[in-house]
Design a protein around this ligand. Structure first.
Ligand code: PLP
Length: 397
């Protein structure tokens, strides 16, 4: 019996490998930044979610160290027993204030925030209308909840409307539209203006997961809803990307919603409080992102994205259209994506091939991501390396 189990696991691994879908873990031997050390070599890094370049920023690192010094390694407790420190309250207040919400609740990860949001707020009488490209953690969170599920094709507003109609016809008590603010594999920004209008028409609430937007999209980097100038009801986000890159997630909402989540959200009730070092680093990142320096970093980030897009298009690569610093280079074939990434690394550029199941079959790609910490010179060197690799592998002429 147990032998059969282990045989099955081995066969599954072999199957994944034979399709060129194995995702190896590359070991990084330096601090996160625009240049990192990989396999004994300094290389350019173009695949981090380090949009503002704050993950390796000394002030962010030092703020984490200071918080750890002051508050210790951690609470050895969940929040409601003896795990709520002053710094947790400060981070919740700073996050809510920065993002323009009444209140905020912290989680160990945005994955947990999405896992904890729906189940306490919605029951079998309710409906969740979800974008088909939503992050895995939203899908899991929706699964954990008894609400009826409706799905619409990515950013297809006609389909969203027909699903809203269906939910109303089915007698839903409360309807929540759930969407990523930015779809992480494509860099597409959700059509929140249209979603807002449909939500108003069909009396629905809006939930946005802004992990790939908080800190750098919209005025003050407040995210996709600020970019579109609309209000939303529930915001989930992470400190693990632009806001310092450590880890930790949050939900912003009204005071009452947060109060109920603090009573009922299972990943909050049954998991350790955020480590003080994470809180300290995240607070410093919010301070930087929310201020004048944040504006300068965002300007650099989008200038980098524009320069890279233009040069890569000129070189003949197929990019997905858009304005976001996630810029996918489409290769379509999983093996080719792996080979391209391997050759790029030899040429001094660290990027990763994305293939099924992370993206649909036939849509394998190199997902490149810009950072405010990149210089124009580094952008140009990446384009040169990709052009060389692209010619060798027959991607471009
Ligand atoms: C990265 C990401 C998450 C997970 O964030 P963590 O804080 O690392 O758990 C959730 N949703 C989206 C859209 C993401 O891109």
């Amino acid at each position: 019996m147990t032998q059969a189990f282990h045989d099955r696991i081995r066969a599954e691994l072999a199957e994944i490998d034979s399709q060129g879908l194995t995702k190896p873990e590359r070991v990084i031997a330096s601090r996160q930044g625009p240049e990192i050390e990989v396999a004994g070599k300094r290389v350019l890094n173009f695949c981090a979610n380090n949009y503002l370049g704050l993950a390796g920023d000394d002030r962010v690192v030092q703020a984490g160290l200071a918080a750890q010094e002051r508050w210790g390694a951690g609470t050895a407790s969940v929040r409601f027993i003896c795990g709520t420190l002053e710094i947790h309250k400060e981070l919740e207040a700073a996050t809510a204030q920065y993002l323009g919400f009444e209140d905020c609740i912290l989680f160990a990860a945005a994955f947990d925030a999405n896992g904890g949001l729906f189940e306490p707020l919605l029951g079998a009488e309710d409906a969740i209308v979800s974008d088909s490209l939503n992050h895995a953690s939203i899908i899991d969170g929706v699964r954990l909840c008894k609400a009826k599920r409706y799905r619409f094709a990515n950013s297809d507003m006609d389909e969203l409307e027909s699903q809203l109609k269906a939910a109303r016809a089915d007698g839903a008590r409360t309807i929540v539209i759930a969407t990523d603010g930015v779809f992480s594999m494509d860099g597409y920004i959700a059509k929140l203006k249209d979603i807002r209008a449909l939500a108003d028409t069909y009396d629905a609430l809006i939930m946005v997961d802004d992990c790939h937007a908080t800190g750098f999209l919209g005025p003050q980097g407040r995210g996709s809803y600020a970019h579109h100038g609309v209000e939303i009801d529930f915001l989930t986000g992470t400190y693990g990307k632009a806001l310092g890159g450590a880890m930790g997630g949050f939900i912003c909402a009204t005071e009452e919603v947060v109060a109920l989540l603090k009573q009922r959200a299972r990943p909050y009730l049954f998991s350790n409080a955020l480590a003080p070092a994470v809180c300290g680093s995240s607070m410093e990142a919010i301070r930087i992102a929310g201020g004048g320096e944040g504006d300068a970093l965002r300007k650099q980030l989008f200038a980098n994205a524009g320069r890279y897009r233009a040069a890569m298009t000129q070189a003949g690569f197929e990019l997905l259209p858009g304005e976001h610093p996630i810029i996918p280079v489409m290769l379509h074939d999983a093996k080719l994506a792996q080979d391209f990434a391997a050759r790029a690394l030899e040429l001094g550029v660290y990027v990763i091939g994305f293939s099924f199941p992370v993206v649909p079959r036939g849509q394998a790609r190199i997902r490149t991501q810009m950072s405010a910490a990149h210089t124009f010179d580094q952008i140009d060197r990446v384009v040169d390396a990709f052009t060389t690799a692209g010619k060798e592998l027959g991607v471009i002429r």
